[in-house]
Design a protein around this ligand. Structure first.
Ligand SMILES: [Zn+2]
Length: 241
């Protein structure tokens, strides 16, 4: 079995230097598609985030997501209070997973397919030397790596250096298949996938999670293959923004 590892950059404390200002899709106007400008902007951002077009995120060329229950083990300095915060946050996320994929915290590493470690970076030098080697390339609060098989994400590792929910949610977002948001979506009403962390989810964030984890969105597809499916989800208001 070939298992590819996909590397996703965690939080970089310097601002992103992306000069991608977001192109207007060719030939897609409200008149041609029946979609609103807002919905067309959403599709553009969905492409940017889920196909990892940001220069600071790395992932597959084809659509990827989980097709099994996401079971997270909390390691390191994670205590009962941290677990409660995580469970609250994933409860919110579970409401957005429209294909029945669920997330839960499990009490044993052997049951988990996502391993989270909370603690200072030096703690993962021996645990995850590959991840540790990336941490020297910037100033990070967290980092996530995941692997997939045939575009199905099946294993993730998350390191966070603090017990805040913004960094947890951002790194979990990477493991769920989301890259960094475009600069246009970072500022006011920021996306949870901005390198500068945000609290909560923007309208586009909830729409993107509901879309990626919608049963009509299948893995291993190009954006061009998915675009008509996403347009139909919006036109039918299966995905409401
Ligand atoms: Zn990140």
């Amino acid at each position: 079995m070939i298992r590819k590892f996909l590397f996703l950059v965690g939080l970089i404390l310097v601002s992103c230097s992306s000069d991608d200002t977001g192109e207007v899709p060719d030939g897609d106007t409200p008149e041609q598609t029946g979609l609103t400008e807002f919905q067309l902007e959403f599709i553009e951002e969905y492409h940017y985030v889920t196909f990892n077009l940001s220069p600071t995120s790395f992932g597959g060329n084809l659509n990827e997501k989980w097709s099994e229950e996401v079971k997270i083990f909390l390691d390191g300095g994670a205590d009962a209070s941290y677990q409660e915060s995580v469970e609250n946050q994933i409860s919110t996320l579970n409401d957005y997973m429209t294909d029945g994929t669920t997330l839960e915290v499990v009490n044993a590493l052997s049951e988990a397919n996502v391993h989270l470690y909370l603690g200072p970076a030096v703690d993962i030098e021996n645990l995850w030397p590959d991840m540790f080697s990336f941490l020297s390339q910037g100033s990070f609060q967290g980092y996530a790596l995941y692997s997939s098989s045939s575009s199905n994400i099946n294993f993730g590792r998350i390191w966070v250096n603090n017990d805040g929910m913004p960094i947890f949610t951002h790194e979990l977002g990477h493991v769920l298949g989301f890259g960094h948001a475009s600069d246009a979506r970072c500022g006011q009403n920021s996306s949870f996938m901005c390198s500068s962390l945000s609290n909560g989810f923007s309208t586009f964030d909830t729409g993107m999670i509901k879309t990626l984890y919608h049963p009509d969105i299948t893995v291993g597809k190009t954006f061009q293959q998915l675009r008509p499916v996403i347009e139909e989800l919006l036109l039918s208001e299966s995905i409401a923004l």
